[in-house]
Write a protein that binds this ligand. Structure first.
Ligand SMILES: Cc1cc2nc3c(=O)[nH]c(=O)nc-3n(C[C@H](O)[C@H](O)[C@H](O)COP(=O)(O)OP(=O)(O)OC[C@H]3O[C@@H](n4cnc5c(N)ncnc54)[C@H](O)[C@@H]3O)c2cc1C
Length: 234
């Protein structure tokens, strides 16, 4: 493998109590919780919006719970889905576009600096101690220093860059099949790319029947497209 050595002085753009890498539900809750305790926080997100899978991933309904009285209660209230339970029996997806705004307002705290379109690409270590991160944005690279760094990237990216032991997938290296999530005209369609096509058909049938009631114009493009897809599948 060919290599090049690369070294340059980087601006230290800020020193914080806490660096939070990734602004999914884990990152925003960590950042807001720390800020409310009086810590100075940098929240670093590679995309242009906060929320992680709750916004850019089109993931809903919000499931799971770490316990009553946690920030999850606050989040589901904020996103207009307080009735969501742990397993999705009672639950609906939130509005992803509205969530982008509400979650941005949620992290809009005087103790939090939000760095959007900024990717953590390396770490700064002294011995085994993490002292900060190297961030890359459209302006190039810069450093952020922190007493504590929280890896909320969802993929353990900071941990991996810091040299921690990380695992991916099962023992044989395989991972869960991917899911494609997308919206059509405001509807959330979950197409599980899985072996259970009957499961998909049930969900799809349900969706089509609801669609007939919900579309203003009976012959609208969405209904026609659903019917066409439906006919192809069943
Ligand atoms: C296909 C799919 C379907 C799911 N369905 C559901 C569901 O129906 N209900 C449910 O409750 N859960 C569901 N989940 C699980 C849920 O999405 C996760 O549990 C949740 O998003 C984890 O939150 P997180 O904050 O840890 O990570 P994420 O939501 O993944 O957020 C990580 C954030 O870190 C950012 N990031 C990553 N790398 C970097 C970097 N180097 N620098 C800066 N930022 C970085 C990402 O852009 C992202 O914003 C689903 C997950 C998937 C993948």
């Amino acid at each position: 493998m060919r290599t090049v050595s690369y070294s340059r002085e980087l601006e230290v753009r800020g020193s914080y109590d806490i660096l939070v890498a990734g602004s999914g539900p884990a990152g925003i809750c960590a950042a807001v919780a720390a800020a409310r305790e009086g810590a100075r926080v940098a929240l670093i997100e590679r995309y242009g919006v906060v929320g992680g899978n709750l916004t850019t991933g089109y993931v809903g309904p919000i499931l799971g719970m770490v316990g009553k009285g946690t920030m999850r209660d606050e989040l589901v209230e904020l996103l207009g889905v307080p009735e969501n339970d742990m397993i999705g029996e009672t639950g609906r997806a939130h509005d992803f576009e509205m969530a982008k705004i509400r979650l941005m307002q949620f992290v809009n705290h005087p103790n939090i600096d939000v760095y959007l379109q900024t990717t953590v690409t390396d770490v700064i270590k002294e011995g085994d101690t993490l002292k900060g991160i190297i961030a890359t944005s459209g302006e190039g690279q810069f450093a952020l220093l922190g007493k504590v760094t929280i890896d909320a990237t969802g993929d353990g990216i900071v941990s991996y860059l810091a040299g921690a032991t990380t695992e991916k997938g099962r023992e044989d290296g395989l991972m869960q099949p991917v899911t494609l999530e997308f919206t059509i005209d405001g509807w959330v369609v979950i197409y599980h790319i899985c072996h259970r096509i009957d499961q998909f058909n049930r969900k799809f049938r349900n969706l089509v029947s609801r669609c007939r009631f919900r579309t203003k114009n009976k012959g609208s493009w969405i209904e026609r497209h659903f019917r066409m897809l439906f006919n192809l599948i069943v």
